[in-house]
Design a protein around this ligand. Structure first.
Ligand code: EPU
Length: 341
């Protein structure tokens, strides 16, 4: 099917913050066969391409003089492997949470802790989504992508994606070069729940559950998320706005000595991860509001748009938080979502 290119389209429905900026050119992609036409269009009109999925990890600060392409490639496939694992492939435009629920209903386990994360399957590897002790890199086998530079289809194994904490080669090394068309996961027929993350045990006790069923665990994770994170349909947001900072152990120990309640987790050897939410919370930002931009009242790591805030308003608060936390704790917070233009 041919692809339609439109002009001056508002991106308000296409980003979870609900920022009202427009795209000079706009198209909806529903199959990989349309990708060469997108490449031709961008070359002929001399504009770069911004691919978006659910738009749930984006800060748009002004109108985009680009071609914005919303990836809606659908499709689900599942195949049992001789070793007892299951290979599951999803089109990049499939919505993440319904996809996770579908895998569980089909008896393929491993993604339950990533329930209710907003966005699409194809956007998930870009920032290596993670929650409650599981990251997508732990379950991803390979992905299919289109290279805008060469016009060729390429396959990336999990290793080749160079995954890091909320990071991958698609985010840091080659932003804008590849469009992910499908993602293949290796899941398990045996349910081996990951229950060690703080808060899960307490919820299990409250519900008198010793060993959860897969869908029960997915529900429980969804409930925890709902108590801490606003639903983008109700209040615009992009999840955690900052990464949890990773700092050398000796610096963390000094801070812990000074602030005994500091929340930190051992990371890779020699480093510690600090809870950015705790640092921001200590400085009294939770619930802060400037016009329609603010800090969510139940989670200091989440910045929110109550209606008419712009990306610039949000970045202004973010800058003030970064300066404040740096002054108090000597730690620079890094912004997590991708900012455009
Ligand atoms: N905390 C506070 N005050 C706050 C927020 C948090 O003191 O306002 C403290 C809590 O006491 C808790 C600690 O900070 O002990 C960590 O908080 P939480 O478990 O809510 O997780 P987080 O570090 O804020 C991370 C991810 C989330 C993910 C959750 C659960 C990042 C940047 N964020 O948040 O991911 O859902 O853990 O695994 O790593 C996202 O990336 O968009 C996202 C939502």
């Amino acid at each position: 099917m041919t692809i339609e290119f439109q002009e001056n389209i508002s991106l308000k429905p296409y980003n979870s913050f609900g920022f009202d900026v427009s795209a000079r050119y706009f198209a909806v992609l529903d199959n990989a066969g349309q990708l060469p036409a997108i490449r031709d269009f961008s070359q002929q009109n001399r504009v770069s391409v911004l691919f978006i999925g659910g738009g749930s990890n984006l800060v748009l600060t002004a109108d985009l003089d680009q071609l914005v392409v919303v990836n809606q490639i659908q499709g689900l496939q599942m195949q049992d492997n001789p070793d007892g694992s299951v290979s599951v492939t999803a089109g990049a435009g499939e919505e993440w949470h319904p996809f996770v629920r579908w895998t569980l209903q089909q008896g393929a386990y491993g993604l339950e802790n990533l329930s209710l994360i907003p966005g699409t399957v194809g956007a998930a590897p870009i920032q290596n989504i993670g929650a409650y002790g599981v990251e997508i890199k732990d379950r991803l086998s390979f992905l299919d992508a289109f290279d805008l530079e060469t016009g060729e289809s390429v396959v990336f194994t999990a290793d080749e994606c160079q995954f890091g904490y909320r990071d991958s080669l698609f985010k840091s090394r080659f932003p804008g070069r590849y469009l992910i068309t499908a993602v293949t996961f290796t899941l398990s027929r045996e349910f081996k729940p990951v229950l060690h993350y703080g808060g899960i045990d307490e919820q299990l006790r409250q519900r008198n559950i010793d060993f959860p069923e897969p869908l029960q665990l997915s529900d429980l994770i969804s409930d925890i998320r709902n108590t801490k994170l606003p639903q983008p349909a109700q209040i615009g947001n992009a999840g955690s706005f900052f990464k949890n900072p990773v700092i050398p152990v000796d610096q963390a120990e000094k801070l812990k000595h000074e602030y005994p309640n500091l929340v930190l987790f051992a990371d890779k050897s020699g480093y510690c991860k600090l809870a950015a939410g705790w640092l921001i919370d200590q400085q009294g930002w939770k619930g802060h509001r400037q016009g329609d931009a603010g800090v969510y009242a139940k989670q200091a790591l989440v910045l929110v748009n109550y209606g008419a805030a712009s990306g610039v308003d949000i970045l202004e608060i973010a800058g003030a938080i970064q300066a404040d936390v740096y002054q108090q704790f000597g730690v620079m917070l890094e912004i997590e979502p991708r900012c455009y233009p």
